[in-house]
Design a binder for this molecule. Structure first.
Ligand SMILES: [Zn+2]
Length: 403
């Protein structure tokens, strides 16, 4: 791979993660799941239960799913086309969730969906295989946008350094490319999967709304406050950033683009989406578990996935296994005790498999990688003993601060 040439070499500086993400000083854990209060924007009630667990109970007990399906059908009736044109966009990374939604929209609700993919940084074999299985076995149309590689690598490296998440360029594209496709193909309805803010703990403002507001929420919820346009100060041009940007608001308004969450209309259980896709879209899980967790069927498509989760572990003490177990506890698949044991075993495991690939992709060496990683470690979470870093708090020694 060609070496990246950056406008200026940045000196690594301490980032003050705690201030940046407004993280509470004392770490505490939800009494029902494994999530901590360090997940940005999550809230805990007076009984120590996190907003995601409260929403899960609400979802199980208070929602009339029959009524919600009627709402869905009314929405689809409004958008359904019978002239061969596509009538709903399903943003799709190649995973099980979008394949389930698109397949059900087509085969159960008689829609004509167009799945829209913003390509991963680098496909894994299994991710590549699954997306083609979805097209072939699931009988679904797909448009894939692959951004130009060199610019994408520059953005990835910048995001790793300044945002502490090499995944951000993917998130820009994943968020904005479906809007571009809506305008290009003249399809006003865009159907997302779950509302991550609500399902996994975050801003509960939209908990009872089927739609997502691209005008107000995108930058805050998906871009950590830093949009693609803000990267210009790092030497990127408007033209380079264009593929990552949303279309003009005027064009979206004129078409009447609406973003909806399938998880509002249908009960969202990732494990069931997985079984649905194995049966209907030829979805294949990994042979072994993903690094940092025990699961085999989520977020498999990109060789850089593991670094996104690893950075979350560094910044918030919340690794991939914490997120997976918290969700599976809420869905009733495992107990909190089982979740804690899994966290102890796998959370924060280093994504070694594609480490060399990542270094080469970003044109950095191991020493610089570690400097950047360490710049994101907040002293309220981490302490260094000799050459090794330790978290002060862990869910498996709850309440005890490790000195
Ligand atoms: Zn919880």
């Amino acid at each position: 791979m060609k070496t990246l040439e950056l406008k200026d070499q940045r000196k690594v500086e301490f980032k003050n993660t705690q201030l940046r993400y407004n993280l509470p000083n004392e770490v505490s854990y939800c009494v029902k799941c494994t999530m901590s209060n360090q997940r940005p924007r999550i809230t805990f009630d007076e009984h120590g239960v996190c907003s995601a667990c409260n929403y899960a109970v609400f979802k199980r007990t208070k929602i009339d799913w029959g009524m919600r399906e009627k709402e869905l059908i009314a929405l689809l009736d409004k958008h359904r086309r019978n002239d061969g044109r596509y009538d709903v966009i399903v943003p799709c990374s190649g995973g099980k969730d979008a394949a389930y939604i698109a397949h059900e929209l087509k085969h159960k609700y008689n829609m004509n969906p167009l799945t829209v993919t913003w390509a991963p940084h680098m496909y894994t074999d299994i991710g590549f295989q699954n997306i083609h299985q979805m097209e072939r076995v699931g009988d679904l149309a797909n448009v894939t946008m692959t951004p130009p590689g060199y610019t994408h690598r520059l953005l990835t490296r910048l995001s790793f350094e300044i945002l502490g998440d090499p995944f951000q360029p993917f998130i820009y594209g994943q968020t904005n490319f479906p809007l571009q496709a809506a305008v290009t193909y003249g399809i006003p309805l865009v159907m997302y999967g779950e509302n991550g803010e609500v399902e996994y703990g975050g801003d509960m403002k939209n908990a009872f709304s089927p739609t997502r507001n691209y005008k107000t929420d995108h930058k805050k919820h998906y871009f950590s406050g830093l949009g693609p346009e803000d990267l210009k100060e790092y030497g990127l041009t408007d033209n380079q950033l264009k593929p990552y940007m949303a279309p003009e608001m005027e064009a979206l308004d004129k078409l009447g683009v609406e973003l909806h969450f399938y998880g509002y209309y249908k009960k969202w259980v990732p494990q069931e989406n997985f079984y649905y896709c194995v049966e209907n879209t030829g979805f294949v899980a990994n042979q072994g578990r993903s690094e940092g967790t025990y699961s085999k069927y989520a977020s498999l498509d990109d060789k850089l996935d593991g670094f996104h989760y690893y950075l979350s572990y560094i910044k918030f003490g919340v690794g991939r296994c914490t997120s997976d177990t918290a969700h599976e506890i809420r869905d009733g698949h495992i107990t909190r005790e089982e979740g804690i044991a899994l966290v102890k075993k796998f959370d924060g495991e280093f994504p070694a498999k594609y480490f060399q690939t990542f270094l080469e992709y970003c044109s950095i060496d191991e020493k610089y990688f570690n400097e950047v990683i360490d710049s994101w470690r907040s002293p309220h979470l981490w302490t260094k003993k000799g050459e090794e870093w330790f978290l002060h708090y862990n869910i498996f020694n709850e309440g005890l601060k490790q000195k």
